[in-house]
Design a protein around this ligand. Structure first.
Ligand code: DGL
Length: 263
């Protein structure tokens, strides 16, 4: 059981930013990754649809014998993690949530920006997060339609992407944010571009590393940490696997066989 793999999924390639943190912290673990690219973007889909996709993913990773599941997607987590926790009470599950708590603790200007999907920002779970941790700071939320599709096409710095991103970031700068939360797992891939657009004093916060630490804690508590060596990471895409194979080298530092996910 210790050497069983860990299942990780996202609507597409965004979760690879989390997968990289997991691999860095837990190099002995064997990892399985599903990119639900056929259903991108989750951020503009109904919560009910995303809940169903979460169930499909959970069923798949159970059949693969995964010892833990990571929802490497903020949008999937707000929609689906509660149902999965109910349905799989003994399975270590880790979800993502925008880093509101650390951002509220870190801000000096008292203004925090959040870049995330429409689905995440409109969710009750996000509202509860603000009520809990952001009562003393001003939070400016910015949905970012279109970014995920460009990243999925392997675009991390074209003029079109740059202009779209600038339009999303400028209102946050104008409002005096000194801390910007990257509340979608695709956005860490835009950090190099974002850093060119914002003053050095502004921090960008995401939760990939914290999720990897939480996974480590849950596995350690259950004596499930792998002794290694890890097997090669396996990937699946619900769209054309050749497209994922083609853009993988841009986003993932390692080899990757991509299979078809047809559930
Ligand atoms: N990467 C996902 C997230 O963290 C969502 C992207 C999408 O809209 O599909 O929210």
């Amino acid at each position: 059981m210790r050497d069983a793999p860990i299942g990780v999924f996202d609507s597409g390639v965004g979760g690879l930013s989390v997968l990289a943190e997991i691999q860095r912290l837990l190099p002995n673990e064997s990892l399985l990754y599903v990119a639900d690219c056929g259903n991108i973007p989750y951020g503009e889909k109904s919560a009910e649809f995303i809940r169903q996709r979460c169930q499909v993913m959970a069923g798949f990773f159970q059949r693969q014998g995964a010892k833990a599941l990571v929802l490497a997607c903020n949008t999937a987590t707000v929609a689906g993690v509660a149902d999965l926790r109910r349905d799989y009470p003994d399975w270590p599950l880790v979800g993502m949530e925008p880093a509101v708590k650390p951002a509220a603790a870190a801000t000096r200007s008292g203004v925090v920006g959040v870049l995330a999907t429409t689905g995440t920002l409109q969710s009750a779970k996000f509202a509860a997060l603000l009520d809990r941790f952001a009562t003393d700071v001003r939070v400016i939320t910015q949905p970012c339609p279109g970014l995920v599709e460009l990243i999925e096409a392997g675009d991390l710095h074209s003029p079109v992407l740059r202009e779209l991103l600038r339009g999303y970031v400028e209102p946050l700068l104008a409002a005096g944010c000194d801390t910007i939360i990257l509340g979608c797992t695709h956005y860490p891939f835009l950090k190099p571009l974002l850093k060119q657009m914002i003053p050095d004093a502004i921090s960008l916060i995401d939760t990939g590393a914290a999720v990897a630490r939480q996974l480590q804690r849950l596995l350690a508590e259950r004596e499930l940490l792998a002794e290694g060596p890890a097997r090669a990471t396996r990937f699946w895409s619900s769209a054309d696997p050749q497209h994922l194979s083609a853009i993988l080298p841009l986003l993932w530092n390692g080899p990757g066989e991509v299979g078809t996910f047809d559930l």
